[in-house]
Write a protein that binds this ligand. Structure first.
Ligand code: SF4
Length: 356
């Protein structure tokens, strides 16, 4: 057995993790067709979730910086880098199209560290044939047959529908908190490495719903990459509003009927620029009766530029929050959220229940 470990790369901050060459786990840095991995008996590990779910995410960012990652590099990239090593992974899928250039550079460093990287692209033409080729190549690499992939899609669809039901109960009935719905949706990227156990946890959430939350305060949608700020949902609720839409986490749950895997990952909006996102967000503003949006942007992320187009084309007020490093909501952010919620409350005529 050979292994990879943080101590092997020069740090003694973390205990060594040793894995064998047949380790079924494959790290992912962004949502990819996990159905293919499960069809081949592999286990996807979403390194974003490993990072933010760790006991001290800030220390993980700092460890990556101690290895040479620059200060002005996205903290998600640094957290993912540490997560790949901390998890002792031998293989990581790098999304080479439809994610970001910092991921490309991350892939180069991981390869140099001795971790195998597997490319996967969401071709920007958004046409079925190129995407089908990418999925076939991933299936060939993993050793998944078309029948097994179809069966895995059915298996994961059933779990995804539970996460989407949690989302529905949260926004439509207010009987599940926004933070819990967010977790259920965002975890669909890898299903916590075990779809059946994940489904049990989702079932537990659905079985223990709360009394309906009042609908007096403004209804907020959360846009952009998943926030690194801890306690954002609580902060919004303490300000008197409710988060009823989590754009990107909902996309991870694939919230649209799809006839096959290619169709599913063509409808998935996140890799394909702002246009498909605007369509999706616009529809959800109407369906979920959203009064205002919080657009979370990550420091040093090119996706910040999309803020301009979201503001230009969406019909409700937007508060843009920038996060850099993991940590709790700071005082200035809290005040900005409170002011935004107050402003939405003033704009919202009580009788119609809508500000527009
Ligand atoms: S937040 Fe932006 S820069 Fe960071 S990994 Fe995601 S897309 Fe890349």
């Amino acid at each position: 057995m050979s292994g990879s470990s943080l101590s092997a790369t020069g740090s003694s901050a973390w205990p060594s993790v040793t894995t064998g060459p047949d380790d079924p786990r494959i790290g992912i840095t962004s949502t990819v067709p996990s159905e293919v991995l499960y069809a081949a008996g592999r286990i996807p590990v979403d390194l974003n979730n490993v990072f933010v779910g760790s006991e001290d995410p800030l220390a993980w960012v700092e460890w990556a910086e101690s290895q040479g990652f620059p200060r002005n590099c996205c903290a998600w990239i640094k957290g993912i880098y540490t997560a790949a090593h901390r998890s002792g992974l031998r293989r990581v899928i790098i999304v080479s199209e439809g994610d970001c250039s910092q991921t490309h550079a991350l892939g180069e460093v991981l390869r140099d560290d001795g971790i195998e990287t597997i490319p996967f692209a969401f071709p920007q033409s958004r046409q079925p044939e190129p995407l089908a080729r990418e999925i076939s190549a991933l299936a060939a690499y993993c050793g998944a047959t078309p029948d097994a992939v179809r069966a895995a899609k059915n298996r994961l669809d059933a779990v995804r529908s539970m996460a989407l039901e949690i989302d529905r109960v949260a926004w439509a009935e207010g009987r599940i908190g926004g933070a819990e719905a967010h977790w259920a949706l965002v975890s669909c990227s890898d299903m916590c490495g075990n779809p059946e156990q994940f489904a049990e946890r989702l079932l537990g959430i659905l079985r223990h719903t709360e009394d309906p939350a009042g609908d007096a305060g403004p209804r907020i949608g959360l846009l952009g990459v998943p926030p690194m700020i801890d306690g954002l949902h609580d902060c919004v609720e303490e300000a008197g509003a409710r988060v009823v839409f989590a754009e990107v986490p909902r996309q991870f749950a694939m919230p649209f009927p799809a006839r096959d895997l290619v169709d599913q990952y063509l409808q998935y909006t996140y890799p394909y620029g702002v246009g498909p996102r605007l369509d999706d967000i616009g529809a959800q503003i109407a369906v979920r009766r959203i009064d205002g949006l919080i657009h979370y942007v990550q420091s040093f992320c090119f996706r910040q530029i999309a803020d301009l187009l979201l503001r230009r084309h969406l019909p409700v007020p937007i508060l843009t929050l920038e996060g850099d490093r993991p940590g709790p909501v700071d005082g200035a952010t809290r005040i900005r959220i409170e002011t935004f919620v107050d402003m939405l409350g003033v704009r919202r005529p009580p009788k119609e229940g809508r500000w527009r």
